[in-house]
Every structure is written in C-alpha cells, then in structure tokens.
Write a protein that binds this ligand. Sequence first.
Ligand code: HSE
Length: 310
Amino acid sequence: MKSVKVFAPATVANVVCGYDVLGFAVDEPGDEVIMRLNDKPGVSLLKITGDEGRLPLDPDKNTVSAVVKHYLNHVGRQDIGVEIELHKKMPIGSGLGSSSASTVGGLFAINTLMDNLLTNKELVPFAMKGEELACGYGHADNVAPALMGGFVLIRSYEPLDIISLPCPQGMHAAIVYPEVDVPTKDARQMIRSKVLLKDAVTQWGNVAGLVSGLFMNDYELIGNSMTDVLVEPTRSILIPDFYNLRVLAMEAGAVGFGISGSGPSVFALTKDRETATAITQKLQQHLQKLAINSLAFVSEVNKKGPVILD
Ligand code: HSE
C-alpha cells in the first residue's frame, strides 16, 4: 500500500502591517499527516490526535479531507481510495496557522502520492478552500508560506498572484502563545470593514517598507515598518497585556513585535536565536505573573515548507 508521512509548518500571517497579504513559515511547531492509498474509492479520515476532540471526522467538514477530495476531483482521480491520519502538534485557534498546517500537510501528502502532479505553488488555491471552510474566508497568508516556505507576499487575490520574498540570513522568530482561545472567524469579524484614507496611507507605506527591508537586509527598516494602524488596535484587546508584552520584547532586542495571524499568539522578529530565546523567556515570565499559561517557540524563518518525514 502506497503511503507517506508529512510535516507541514506553522506560519505567522500578516507580519503586523500586511493583513491577509504577508506571512512566513517557521520550523516549529507544525502538524503531521499520514496518508495511505487503497482500492476503495473515497477519502476517509481514520483518526485525529492532539485536537482534544475539537475537529470534525466527517470527511466533508474536516479541512484536510475536504481539500484532498477537491484535489482528486481536479486531477480527475475520484477512483482513488485515500486514508488519512492527522496528528495535531500545535494548538488550535492560536494564530499560528493551525488549520493551514493541517490542510497543507494533506495536500502535500496527496500530491506526493500522485507523483507531484502540481507544484507547491499550484496547491495554494486548494489550500485556500480549506481556510474558507475553517474560518469563512479563503485567505492565503498562512497557506502560501506553509506550502512555499519563507516569506510570501500575496500581491493580489483576484487574480491570485503570490511572490516569494527574501529575508536576512539568520532571521529568527520568537513566538509566544498565551493559552487563551481566539477563533480566527471571530477575530476577523471584529475588524472594521471601512478604513480612513490616512490610515490606509500609513499602512501601505509600512507594507512597502517591510518588503523593501527584506530585500535590502535592513533590519532597521523592517522594524520601523512593523506597525499596524488598521487591525492591531482592535485585536490587541483579545491578548493579555499586549502593549506591555511589546515593551518587554523591544527592550530585549526585538527588531519588531506584533500579533501572529489573528492571535492570541504574539511574535517578535530578531537577528539571532539567542535574542529570540531571551524574548520568549521574558514574555512567558510576564504572562506567568498574570496567571496565564503559555507556550513558546523559537525558530529560524523556515525556507522549506512541507517535508516528507519517512
Ligand atoms: N490574515 C488572517 C487574519 C490570518 O488575520 O485573519 C489568520 O491567521
């Protein structure tokens, strides 16, 4: 029986100023998908671990199986039988692209078993269907970096235009997840749908500045550009002591700091691993004082995207 085991990485979407248009992948955490082909047509989800029973096993409702079905329809192979095991190795509703890591793992697995009929970039629209199922909107700023690795810009959604961006050698992310639940669907509904022109001007200046900083290896420009006047003022309310966390991270040497995706995870970009580790320790100590448990992850920006484990 043909089978594959895949790891797909977590992602930091938005990167502060680029709501729905910027994201990068990290080495950890991530999800694992085991997939086997059989001769009974159809897609079945055999088991999910690490989700505390929160994810549906119905193959039409679970994002992993739903996107695999969509893929098989697209390539005209509804005759194939697929069994899936999903092993969640990261918290759900954390702002780290949890649903994205699972769907990307599933798509990468089926595409591997189909001898790579599509490129990873061509898998992005399929993964976006999974995001639509998970949170009501098919945003690509988690799934594109999870599939393609590195930093990614969604220049346009219609038509879809995705650009891989460089980043300075050795750039690390310090991520802290305060253990409070923030479903992406709710966090998206909080945001105002109309913005002031003066705020839009500030925002697109910063997006352009961040992209330029990545190309120019200019950490000062990257940090100065990590400002969000559109989304963060609203979403920060959901994150315990957000503005003090920022002060602590910046004092400890962060290049920039903000909300990861829709939160509640926060992240800092740093020039090296030591600074990232020191930042996670400070933030975790602070959250502990507030009686909030947290998880921390330190990772270089992941350049590989999903990988086959064995
Ligand atoms: N861009 C999305 C949002 C990312 O901010 O809602 C969700 O992780």
